[in-house]
Design a protein around this ligand. Structure first.
Ligand SMILES: Nc1nc2c(ncn2[C@@H]2O[C@H](COP(=O)(O)OP(=O)(O)OP(=O)(O)O)[C@@H](O)[C@H]2O)c(=O)[nH]1
Ligand SMILES: [Mg+2]
Length: 616
């Protein structure tokens, strides 16, 4: 449990976090040794959606990273900003309750990061059999309308969604069926479309699909389009039974009331070939099967996943010189069903990785307005949470960065970055101990990893090695899954046109462009990412010695004397460093945005790096 002695007097600073205050007088960083009491005026009066104005005259707004914090996600977890004309009476009390809250003071958002869904496209409405009836027109021409096509299922990744829990409980997502055609050439209404809105970072993988149109086409091929089954060489097999003409016809056609059979002579030679199964027009825009999408950016328009089935054709479509008044129409095609697995991989700029109880959530609270749960026991955090640090850098020239064509373009300065806090990792998490290592998927796509180590613990170096071991095990499991999926896709892959396929009308036309053609999931090795260490709980006894040991170890890794803690070759070690902080007192945390921006933008926070190397 939390010790009451941790609530410290406002003016006390942990001495070893600021060893060189006197040496660095005049240096910009030295001006940012924030006394505890002053922090809230800057941090908690920022708006939740935009960066602070930056025209404040207080001395924090120098031209280094001057950050204010806000929890962008989830929105309900944001505490209301204090009105400007009614400032809090005791800001330090507010800060201390924010960083050292009671275990029951947290915002709770339901969170689901994996689910399976069955997407059911709407089936098409039946065509209509009808004839014109007017005064003096006893036997009018056919005028049955076509059936409406079924509704489609779309997906769109939108900003602001943070969890899959809303769609996870749906189980099956059904689009509306098309209405049947009616007399007087009235076509049926289209089925209603369904739009699934998912968080940015959702990965969609197909498990299986049932495509009635493909099945009907296959059946048609196997019967050679007529009454006998074709052998492997396409020649009709002797003695194979023809399908029951009436059964087949009834399953495919709508008959005029009172008609028991089609107006054909059901001899084998006269039997009309089955109609080719049709797809509705939107099907041309659907991604190719099997679905494997990575929705890693907000989408401007929905993406079609399961196109609705085509409606049946009304009886005017079957007029021939031999059959001037067809007494049949076709049924609508049944809807496509796709079973998909959705997996959310949060997109954050920085991922916090650490052992349980290391102080990750307190660190997130000290940097942002997140109201994630904090408690003095392991596994307080059971689901990932995100916070956003809003940077207040309105000075300096825009950066120039080369674009794809090699031209240098102006880049606007970064205005914010997001941090993801995940449940703690313990030894053998990859064997599903603790909460397992599945939550690492939420920091896997983070650009920078921050390892949160408890300086009050016995050995932070061993803790760091353990965390990297678990990450390496996670990476191995992920690569094995990727390998298996690639193999499955290659086995399932068929060239677009094979000799067995009938010549299609599409074959002579150039293929229509598809909206999105199965982009591969980008999964760079986690060990190639830049990382740094946040050595927290620096206010505890023994922290200084532990930090010295940690720094020494990191210096050896940086210089190549010691291997990367994951044991992987060619891992990132270039500008490795550690930042000592006391998150509960909000001391030292103001350096973190600077380090993160340096690593994110690759520009290098030269000052910090020099200070770190020279230990000033
Ligand atoms: N002395 C001291 N205690 C801290 C500091 N940061 C966090 N703590 C305490 O450490 C305990 C655990 O903090 P959390 O932030 O919940 O740790 P966590 O890493 O999120 O833990 P899990 O969610 O279980 O993985 C709490 O009692 C905090 O008050 C710090 O800088 N100094
Ligand atoms: Mg936590």
């Amino acid at each position: 449990m939390r010790s009451p002695s941790l609530v410290i007097p406002k003016t006390t600073l942990t001495p070893f976090l600021y060893p060189s205050v006197s040496k660095r007088t005049g240096c910009r960083l030295a001006r940012r040794h924030t006394p505890l009491a002053r922090t809230p005026s800057r941090r908690y009066h920022s708006t939740t959606t935009s960066a602070p104005s930056g025209n404040s005259t207080d001395d924090y707004n120098d031209n280094t990273v001057n950050y204010a914090a806000t929890a962008a996600v989830p929105p309900s977890s944001v505490t209301a900003p204090a009105p400007a004309d009614n400032p809090p009476t005791d800001p330090s009390a507010e800060l201390s309750s924010h960083l050292n809250p009671s275990p029951s003071s947290y915002s709770h958002m339901p969170f689901t990061d994996r689910c399976t869904l069955t997407l059911c496209a709407g089936s098409g409405g039946h065509g209509c059999v009808s004839f014109l009836r007017e005064k003096y027109v006893e036997h009018g021409p056919p005028n049955g309308g076509d059936g409406g096509s079924g509704g489609s299922v779309f997906i769109q990744a939108v900003a602001g969604e943070t969890s899959l829990h809303k769609i996870a409980r749906r189980g099956a997502v059904r689009a509306g069926a098309g209405r049947h055609g009616r007399g007087k050439a009235m076509g049926g209404q289209r089925g209603e479309d369904v739009l699934l809105t998912v968080p940015v970072g959702t990965v969609v993988r197909e498990v299986w699909r049932r495509d009635p149109v493909a099945e009907a086409e296959e059946e048609r091929q196997s019967w050679g389009g007529r009454g006998s089954r074709a052998g492997e060489d396409g020649v009709a097999e002797e003695g194979s039974p023809p399908p029951s003409a009436t059964t087949t016809a009834k399953s495919r056609y709508v008959l005029y009331p009172g008609t028991d059979s089609l107006p054909y002579n059901f001899s084998e030679s006269d039997y009309a070939p089955l109609l080719r199964p049709r797809r509705a027009d939107p099907a041309a825009r659907a991604p190719r099967a099997p679905l494997r999408l990575d929705l890693d950016a907000p989408m401007a328009a929905p993406l079609l996943l399961a196109p609705g089935a085509a409606g049946g054709l009304g009886n005017p479509n079957f007029v021939t010189p031999r059959i001037p008044r067809p007494r049949f129409a076709t049924r609508g095609e049944p809807g496509l069903r796709i079973h998909v697995r959705l997996e959310l991989k949060l997109l954050a700029d920085v991922g916090l990785v650490g052992a349980p109880n290391a102080g990750k959530s307190t660190l997130l609270r000290s940097l942002t307005r997140s109201r994630t749960r904090v408690g003095g026991w392991a596994f307080t955090t059971l689901a990932p949470s995100l916070g956003t640090v809003v940077l207040d850098r309105h000075v300096g020239r825009p950066r120039l960065a080369p674009d794809a064509g090699g031209n240098h373009q102006q880049q606007q300065p970064r205005t914010s970055f997001s941090i993801a806090d995940i449940p703690g990792l313990i030894e053998d998490a990859h064997l599903d101990k603790g909460l397992g290592h599945g939550f690492l998927r939420h920091v896997e796509r983070a650009a920078v990893l921050a390892f949160v180590l408890d300086l009050g613990g016995p050995d932070p170096v061993a803790a760091l090695r353990l965390l990297w071991r678990e990450i390496a095990a996670y990476e191995r499991a992920r690569d094995a899954e990727l390998h298996w999926e690639t193999q499955t896709r290659l086995t399932a892959w068929r060239p677009a046109a094979t000799a067995a396929d009938p010549p299609s009308r599409d074959a002579v036309r150039p293929p229509r462009p598809r909206e999105r053609d199965l982009p591969d999931l980008a999964m760079p090795p986690v060990t190639s990412k830049p990382w740094f260490v946040v050595a927290t709980k620096a206010d505890l006894p023994g922290a200084e010695a532990n930090f010295a040991r940690l720094e020494e170890y990191l210096a050896r890794v940086r210089s190549g004397e010691e291997g990367h803690p994951s044991g992987r070759p060619n891992a990132w070690t270039r500008r490795l460093g550690a930042v000592p902080v006391s998150a509960i007192r909000a001391e030292g945390v103001e350096r973190i945005p600077e380090v993160v921006v340096g690593l994110l933008d690759g520009e290098g926070s030269l000052l910090w790096y020099l200070c770190m190397c020279l230990k000033i």
